[in-house]
Ligand binder design. Structure first.
Ligand SMILES: Cc1cc2nc3c(=O)[nH]c(=O)nc-3n(C[C@H](O)[C@H](O)[C@H](O)COP(=O)(O)O)c2cc1C
Length: 357
C-alpha cells in the first residue's frame, strides 16, 4: 500500500491518543441525573422488553455503537469486532468518518467489513465541514454520500458536526457557512441523522436541523470523550503552541449531554451520546426523552481486545439498563420514557434554556 495519507495518520493518532491518554471532559453530567426508585415495581424482571425502533429499524436494546473509526490498518479490525458485537447483541452501529476512503478507495475495506455482519441498523458517516468547499478541497455532495452509504450497506447517514474539533485541530477546516443547506440537500435524498461529537446540540440548532429535514439527532454532548483534549495531545506532539493552547482552553466546552437531550426535544428521535458509561446512564437518557444512547470510548477499548469483549460490554450495559427499568417499574422503553428524572445542578441550570425558542 502507498504512503499513509494525512487523513489516515490522523485516524491512527486519534485512536492511539484516546486509548493512551485521559481525554475525558472533567465532569460527567450523568452524575446530575437520578431516577426515582419504585419499591413496588409490580413487574417481573424477566418480562422486561428493552427493544426499540430507531429510524424504522428494530434494535434489541436502545444502544448505538458510536461512529469511531476506519481508514487505517487497525481500523478494519476495530470495525469488524464492533460489528460482530453489535450483530450478536442486536444494537446499532456507526463507522467513523469515511472521508479517508472517499479520498483513497483502497481503504474502503476498513469500513466495508461491517457489511459482513447482521447489524440491525448501520450508519455511514461524513463530516459537515466536508459538505462545503474548504480551501482547494471540493465539497462532498449526494454522489459521495451515496458512495459512503453503499460502502457499509448503511440504513442511514450520519452527518457529524465537529466545529469545536476543527477549530483546535492543527489542520482544521475553517468554513461553516452553507453547511445547513448542504445538510438539507442530503436529507432530501437520504435518511440523515445529524450528530455532534462532544459539544452538544442547542434548541436553536435542533430546530434548524429539523427544518432541514434530518430524521434524527444524536446530541453528542459534553461529559465524555473531549475532542479538544484529543487535539490538545496531537498539537503537543506537533509542537503547535497555539492549537495546544486552544485545546486546553476548550477542553470542557459544550452543552452537557443530559441537558442537550432535553433541549433537542423538537419531535425527532434523539440519541444521547457523550459520557454514557453504564446502562443506568442509558436509562437516564431515555427518561429525559431519548430513544437510544450512544457509546464510543468504552467500546473502543473492548474492540481492541476482541469481538467477545465488545459483546460482553454491550451485554453488561443491557443488564444494567434492565435493572434500572425493573427498579423504576418500567417494563418497556416507552414506559421508561414516561418515568421522572430528577436533574440537579449544574445540569439543571441548562434546562432553563428549554423555554427559549
Ligand atoms: C476513536 C474515536 C474516533 C471518533 N471518530 C468519530 C468520527 O469519525 N465521526 C463521528 O461522528 N464521531 C466520532 N467520534 C465521536 C464519538 O462518536 C462520540 O460522539 C464521542 O466519542 C462521545 O462518546 P463517548 O464519551 O462514549 O466516547 C469518535 C470517537 C472516538 C473515541
Amino acid at each position: 500500500m502507498a504512503e499513509p495519507s494525512r487523513t489516515e495518520q490522523r485516524k491512527a493518532e486519534h485512536v492511539n491518543i484516546i486509548l493512551e491518554e485521559n481525554v475525558s471532559a472533567e465532569y460527567n453530567f450523568w452524575n446530575d441525573v437520578r431516577l426515582v426508585h419504585e419499591a413496588l415495581p409490580e413487574i417481573d424482571l424477566d418480562d422486561i422488553d428493552t427493544s426499540v425502533k430507531l429510524l424504522g429499524r428494530r434494535l434489541e436494546a436502545p444502544l448505538v455503537i458510536s461512529s469511531m473509526t476506519g481508514g487505517f490498518g487497525m481500523g478494519r479490525e476495530i470495525n469488524e469486532n464492533l460489528a460482530r458485537g453489535a450483530a450478536e447483541v442486536g444494537v446499532a452501529m456507526g463507522v467513523g468518518s469515511q472521508r479517508a476512503a472517499l479520498e483513497k478507495p483502497e481503504l474502503e475495506d476498513t469500513y466495508a467489513v461491517v457489511k459482513d455482519h447482521a447489524v440491525p441498523l448501520r450508519f455511514a458517516n461524513l463530516g459537515a465541514p466536508q459538505l462545503v468547499p474548504q480551501g482547494a478541497k471540493r465539497a462532498y455532495g449526494p454522489a459521495d454520500a451515496k458512495r459512503a452509504m453503499d460502502m457499509v450497506g448503511a440504513h442511514a447517514l450520519i452527518v457529524h458536526l465537529n466545529f469545536l474539533q476543527e477549530v483546535v485541530q492543527p489542520e482544521g477546516d475553517r468554513r461553516a457557512r452553507g453547511v445547513l443547506s448542504a445538510v438539507k440537500a442530503l436529507a432530501a435524498r437520504f435518511p440523515v441523522m445529524a450528530k455532534e461529537t462532544g459539544a452538544g446540540i442547542s434548541r436553536r440548532t435542533a430546530l434548524a436541523l429539523k427544518k432541514a429535514g434530518v430524521k434524527a439527532i444524536d446530541v453528542g454532548g459534553l461529559g465524555g470523550t473531549s475532542f479538544s483534549a484529543v487535539e490538545y495531545y496531537r498539537a503537543r506532539k506537533e509542537a503547535s503552541t497555539m492549537k495546544e493552547r486552544l485545546g486546553a482552553t476548550f477542553w470542557n466546552w459544550g452543552i452537557p449531554t443530559p441537558a442537550s437531550v432535553v433541549l433537542s426535544d423538537v419531535g425527532l428521535p434523539i440519541v444521547a451520546t457523550g459520557g454514557v458509561r453504564t446502562g443506568l446512564d442509558v436509562a437516564k437518557g431515555i427518561a429525559l426523552g431519548a430513544t437510544a444512547s450512544g457509546m464510543a470510548r468504552p467500546l473502543l477499548e473492548a474492540a481492541k481486545a476482541s469481538p467477545e469483549a465488545v459483546a460482553a460490554e454491550l451485554r453488561g450495559v443491557v443488564e444494567e439498563l434492565k435493572a434500572a427499568m425493573f427498579l423504576t417499574g418500567a417494563s418497556s422503553i416507552e414506559e421508561l420514557r414516561e418515568r421522572h428524572a430528577v436533574v440537579a445542578r449544574p445540569t439543571a441550570d441548562w434546562l432553563e434554556l428549554a423555554d427559549e425558542g
